[in-house]
Ligand binder design. Structure first.
Ligand code: 13P
Length: 229
């Protein structure tokens, strides 16, 4: 089974997201698991929707955050944790990320857990990459049965240059040594490279950023994934 997920980041309004999902659902997903992560203001009840982030509390004095209570209003049971933009731009620590993981695991959420190394680490080679990724596994239950890992090298995100097929292959096979859960690749996944990426061993799907913003492109990606293993 393939997993194809869209991370809108800070794009699209509620109205646009509603229209997007309506259009998306015109196609048959077959056995492909599809997930869509819109911004908080566009959350609503729909089995495809997950939150891009959430605070590890039910509710409380955490200005600017949303917690379990707000997600539950829309029956949302899927969350993305540890995206590199939150790690590196917002400054979330591994300790805090692990707290989120624990909390939403306790509440039985499906967790898309993002990991990935910056360019200076990649330049040092695969061994350094694996050591780095291990630091992102600290405090994370890699056997959680609702865990989906997303390997997203920081240098490939939003750059238009994805990791090479060989880099993806060798990195996913290293990650596989730590978990039997699905491992997605993310970072400049486009219509022209998705098929080759999905064919790599230990790649169980993709997490798509900018290319997913066009619903026609995302539909096409799902169709390609339907034809894969
Ligand atoms: P791009 O597909 O825009 O590189 O973004 C990837 C990503 O960060 C998905 O979470």
């Amino acid at each position: 089974m393939q997993i194809v997920a869209a991370n809108f980041k800070m794009h699209k309004t509620r109205k646009e997201t509603i229209e997007y999902l309506k259009e998306l659902k015109k196609i048959d997903f077959g056995s492909v698991k599809v997930a869509v992560f819109p911004p908080f203001t566009a959350l609503f009840e729909d089995e495809l929707i997950g939150a891009q982030n959430a605070y590890p509390e039910i509710n409380g004095a955490f200005t600017g955050e949303i917690g379990l209570e707000q997600l539950s209003e829309f029956n949302i049971k899927r969350v993305l944790i540890g995206h590199s933009e939150r790690r590196h731009i917002i400054g979330e620590s591994q300790e805090f990320i692990a707290k989120k993981f624990d909390f939403y695991k306790k509440h039985n959420f499906e967790i898309f857990y993002c990991i990935g190394e910056p360019l200076d680490i990649r330049k040092q080679g695969l061994k350094a990459v694996v050591e780095y990724l291990k630091t992102q596994f600290v405090g994370i239950d890699l056997n959680y049965d609702k865990l989906i890992i997303a390997y997203e090298p920081v240098w490939a995100i939003g750059t238009g240059v994805s990791a090479s097929l060989e880099e993806i292959r060798e990195t996913h096979s290293e990650i596989r040594k730590f978990t039997s859960r699905p491992i997605l690749y993310g970072g400049s996944v486009k219509l022209h490279n998705i098929k080759d990426i999905l064919e790599i061993e230990n790649v169980d799907g993709v997490l798509v950023g900018s290319a997913s913003l066009d619903v026609e492109v995302f539909k096409e990606m799902i169709k390609i994934a339907k034809d894969e293993k």
